[in-house]
Ligand binder design. Structure first.
Ligand code: HEC
Length: 180
């Protein structure tokens, strides 16, 4: 029935090899997916909580911070830019240069409760959205301290990781809508 030349090995060896390669590929893909969140978590940089402490937010916390930021802040701060005052943006160098410096979570939370001018001299309570002037900015009404921390964390992580966050002085507001 079988010719002498027929060899099970010849017929099945390549098939078995293909199966092995396929199995290996599936295993590697599975591993890749399994490890992806671990690597992603490592990519989130720690940010300053205060001038002396730092904090690392989880992916879920940053996702919530982004949602809250988009709802309450993005209309003026899309892409970290500040409309209509691009000189006081949400990029790290601008936040650092403020008085007092705003380059940490608690300082940004404080700003949303009690905003002041860049030189720290005058109150902006009547001008910048804040938790005290809730009638003008109802979106801030339900924000808890925890929410404000998440918004600040989102801003600082963006400022650290997104090139171009904060825009340039002559970039128009609409140019930055892609960041949303
Ligand atoms: C109606 C527009 C508007 C909205 C909404 C708004 N901001 Fe602002 N923001 C501004 C303007 C304008 C300035 C610059 C104020 C100045 O001239 O000092 C500013 C400044 C800031 C600064 C100081 C930046 C620095 O470099 O010192 C921070 C921090 C900030 N905003 C955070 C927020 C956050 C967080 C939200 C949302 C909860 C928000 N802002 C919502 C308009 C807005």
């Amino acid at each position: 029935m079988f010719s002498k030349a027929f060899s099970f090995q010849k017929v099945f060896a390549p098939a078995r090899r293909r199966l092995l390669v396929l199995l290996l590929a599936v295993l590697m893909a599975g591993f890749g997916w399994g490890l992806a969140p671990v690597f992603a978590a490592k990519d989130i940089p720690a940010v300053a909580l205060s001038p002396t402490e730092s904090i690392t937010f989880t992916e879920a916390q940053l996702a919530k911070g982004k949602k809250l930021f988009n709802a309450a802040c993005a209309q003026c701060h899309v892409g970290g830019q500040t409309y209509p005052n691009p000189d006081v943006s949400l990029k790290l160098s601008d936040l650092e240069g403020a008085t007092p410096p705003r380059d940490n979570v608690l300082a940004i939370v404080d700003y949303i409760k009690n905003p002041v001018t860049y030189d720290g001299v005058e109150s902006l309570l009547e001008y910048h959205p804040n938790t005290q002037l809730i009638s003008e900015y109802p979106r801030l009404r339900n924000l808890t301290d925890e929410d404000l921390k998440l918004i600040a964390g989102y801003i600082l992580v963006q400022a650290k990781t997104i090139p171009g966050w904060g825009g340039t002085k002559n970039e128009s507001h609409s140019d930055l809508s892609a960041y949303l």
